[in-house]
Design a protein around this ligand. Structure first.
Ligand code: HEC
Ligand code: HEC
Length: 278
C-alpha cells in the first residue's frame, strides 16, 4: 500500500471509530439531490454552502421565514437597535440611523483588520466595541441573546449578498494563521478540519452528512440541536470537541483568524443568516 493510501486508511478508520460503529457511507450527491428548484445560488465556482448538505426538511425550514426560529433573533436585534443603553445615552440608531441602509453589506466583509487594534476584529467584537467606546455601555456576552440578536440582525440585512472578506494587505498574516489552524492536526484523534470538511465532505458521520465547512455566510445559524441561534465560534468549539481537542473561547484570536479563513473559503456564497442547520 502506498504511503498516501495508508494515510487515508488511518483517517478513514478514525472516522469510522468516531461514527461509533456506523461505517462512513457515501452520502447522496448533494448537488444532484438539492439542486432542483432555485438552489443553484448555494454553489459558486464549485464551492457549496452547507445548505446543500442539509436534508430537505432542514432546507425547507430555512426557506420559510415563518418556520425559521432564527427570525426571532432578527426581530429582537431590530428592537435592540433602537434601544438607548449606557452612560452616553445613545442607541445604535442615534449614530447609524436606519440599519437597513447603514448596515447593508457590512456582514460580508468581517472579520476585518483594524489598525488601532493591530489585529482582526469580527462582527460581534465590532458591535461590542461600539457599546463600550461609543455608548459607554457594557459589552454583551458571547452566545447570549443580545449579542446573538444583534449579530443575527446585522447578518440578515446582508441576506443574499456574496461573502467578500479581504485577505490581503495587513490582513494577510492573520489569514495565514487561520489557514494554518484549519490544516493543523489536533486533539486525541489527531485530526484537522481538512480531514472532515475537505477529504470526507459528502460522507456521513453518525447521522450528519459532512459539509465542506463553508459556513461563512450562515452564522449565527439556528441549530435544531441547540434550539436557538449560535455563533460560528460556538460551531468551531463543537468541531474541536468532536475530535477531543481543547476548544478555544468564543472571540479568541485563534478563532477570529480561523473565521477569516472559513469566510474566505465561503467567498461568493450568499449570506444566509439566519441559516438553519441540524
Ligand atoms: C456614538 C456613535 C455610535 C454608536 C452609539 C454606535 N456606533 Fe457603531 N460605529 C460608530 C462609528 C464612528 C463607527 C466607525 C465607522 C467606520 O469605521 O467607518 C462604527 C462602526 C460600526 C460597525 C462597523 C461598520 C462597518 O462598515 O464596518 C458596526 C457593525 C457597528 N458600528 C454597529 C453598532 C451597533 C450594533 C451599535 C449599537 C449596539 C452601534 N454601532 C452604536 C459609531 C457608533
Ligand atoms: C470529525 C469531523 C469534523 C472535524 C475534524 C471538524 N468538523 Fe466541522 N463539522 C463537522 C460536522 C459533523 C458538522 C455538521 C455537518 C456539516 O455541516 O458538516 C460540522 C460543521 C461545520 C461547520 C458549519 C457548516 C455549515 O454550513 O453549517 C463549519 C463552519 C465547520 N464545521 C468548521 C470546522 C472547522 C473550522 C474545523 C477545524 C477546527 C472543523 N469544522 C473540524 C465535523 C467536523
Amino acid at each position: 500500500m502506498s504511503t498516501k493510501n495508508a494515510y487515508m486508511d488511518t483517517i478513514g478508520r478514525k472516522l469510522a471509530a468516531l461514527a461509533a460503529g456506523f461505517l462512513l457511507t457515501a452520502g447522496l450527491a448533494a448537488s444532484t439531490a438539492a439542486l432542483a428548484g432555485d438552489k443553484s445560488k448555494y454553489e459558486v465556482d464549485g464551492r457549496k454552502s452547507g445548505y446543500l448538505y442539509s436534508n430537505p426538511e432542514t432546507q425547507a425550514i430555512e426557506d420559510d421565514d415563518f418556520a425559521n426560529g432564527g427570525m426571532l433573533w432578527v426581530e429582537k436585534g431590530a428592537e435592540l437597535w433602537k434601544k438607548v443603553d449606557g452612560k452616553a445615552g445613545k442607541s445604535c440608531a442615534s449614530c447609524h440611523g436606519d440599519a437597513e441602509k447603514s448596515m447593508k453589506g457590512v456582514y460580508t466583509v468581517y472579520p476585518k483588520y483594524v489598525k488601532k487594534l493591530g489585529k482582526l476584529e469580527n462582527l460581534e467584537q465590532r458591535i461590542n466595541r461600539c457599546r463600550t467606546e461609543k455608548m459607554k455601555a457594557k459589552p454583551w456576552k458571547w452566545d447570549k441573546d443580545n449579542l446573538l440578536a444583534m449579530a443575527t440582525y446585522i447578518g440578515y440585512l446582508s441576506r443574499g449578498m456574496p461573502m467578500n472578506v479581504k485577505i490581503d494587505g495587513p490582513a494577510a498574516p492573520f489569514f495565514e494563521k487561520g489557514k494554518e489552524f484549519f490544516f493543523k492536526r489536533r486533539g486525541q484523534l489527531d485530526m484537522s478540519c481538512k480531514h472532515c470538511h475537505i477529504d470526507n465532505a459528502g460522507k456521513h458521520i453518525r447521522a450528519d452528512l459532512l459539509s465542506e465547512g463553508r459556513g461563512g455566510g450562515a452564522f449565527p445559524a439556528y441549530r435544531l440541536k441547540w434550539q436557538k441561534v449560535g455563533s460560528l465560534h460556538r460551531r468551531f468549539k463543537g468541531c474541536n470537541k468532536n475530535i477531543r481537542a481543547q476548544p478555544y473561547k468564543q472571540g479568541a484570536d485563534e478563532y477570529v483568524n480561523l473565521e477569516l479563513f472559513v469566510k474566505w473559503r465561503s467567498r461568493g456564497l450568499p449570506v444566509e443568516v439566519p441559516a438553519v442547520r441540524r
